[in-house]
Design a protein around this ligand. Structure first.
Ligand SMILES: C[S@@+](CC[C@H](N)C(=O)[O-])C[C@H]1O[C@@H](n2cnc3c(N)ncnc32)[C@H](O)[C@@H]1O
Length: 279
């Protein structure tokens, strides 16, 4: 296999891939900062570095999402390792974290303890961010699929969080009553027939993380129905939802005796998640 200099590698691919992306890939392959790329333009890649870079370029050309190619994605104040078994953490989910921290701080101030459940952890971005931001809280992450376990554990290790547990389970099945002060979930909520899903999302992200029956509402329904038992009195449920599901979610919450229902918008002014209280 032929190897090339940094300059040559960046130049010969720039017509098909954005320059900044090529630079990210090069930084990742060499394990160096951006300044190194400018300083050492004439550095000739070693065989293994060239092989890795070629692989990344091939992946990007076939539209594999950048986060999967690089193997990580920034989220909140952290960088999460990802692979194709887990959903790529999204900016809209970050907004929910800030609200959860505020809500939890009030409970913790009053009661002196806090147990929070993250259902459908995926990469662990929600639960592990909360665990890293609030070291005194107890965080339980749950996930149905073993295929996510390695990534969750790697992220747990990378964030150096010790105040959390990870359990494989189907939503809330098997959890004891009155366990949690806060339950949060970003469940699968896209309707199977939706034509609005980007091809890259549909083709490369795990379908089990994206799609749900009943116009995308089946998992949301299950969580709303079963969370009452697991939440403590006056506990809070935070749920992310699809772009057109907010009214349905609010109705479901009302039907299941949730109170103080608040709807929050994402960066695109879409009603993206709810916060509600168990009475
Ligand atoms: C939309 S992804 C969210 C992942 C992550 N929490 C995030 O915000 O990026 C939904 C997650 O729920 C998980 N999931 C799907 N069905 C589940 C079930 N029955 N019980 C627990 N987790 C489930 C999926 O595997 C996926 O990781």
């Amino acid at each position: 296999m032929k190897t090339f200099t940094i300059e040559h590698n960046l130049e010969m691919n720039k017509s098909s891939i954005k320059k900044s992306l090529l630079e990210y890939c090069m930084m990742n392959c060499l394990g160096k900062q951006k300044s190194y790329l400018f300083r050492e333009r004439a550095y000739k890649l070693k065989k293994n570095e060239q092989e890795k870079f070629n692989g990344m370029v091939r992946a990007l050309k076939s539209s594999i999402p950048v986060a999967y190619v690089l193997g990580n994605q920034p989220f909140f104040n952290y960088t999460f390792e990802v692979n194709s078994n887990v959903l790529i953490p999204r900016p809209e989910t970050e907004i929910m974290i800030s609200h959860i921290l505020d809500c939890g701080d009030k409970i913790y101030k009053r009661t002196g303890n806090m147990t929070i459940l993250d259902l459908g952890a995926g990469s662990g971005c929600i639960g592990l961010t909360i665990a890293a931001e609030r070291k005194n809280w107890n965080v339980i992450l749950t996930e149905k699929f073993y295929s996510c376990a390695d990534i969750i554990k790697q992220n747990m290790f990378a964030l150096k969080v010790t105040n959390c547990h990870f359990i494989i389970m189907d939503w809330l099945r098997g959890l004891r009553e009155n366990l949690a002060d806060i339950i949060v979930s970003n469940p699968p909520y896209i309707e199977y027939e939706s034509i609005l899903v980007d091809d890259n999302v549909k083709n490369f992200e795990p379908n089990t993380a994206l799609f749900a029956e009943e116009k995308g509402l089946s998992d949301i329904k299950k969580i709303i129905e079963s969370s009452q038992e697991t939440l403590k009195e006056n506990g809070y449920l935070f749920l992310e939802n699809g772009y057109d599901q907010s009214d349905d979610v609010v109705n479901l919450l009302r039907e299941h005796d949730y109170r103080d229902i608040q709807v929050f918008m994402d960066y695109n002014k879409i009603h993206r998640f709810t916060c509600s209280r168990k009475i």
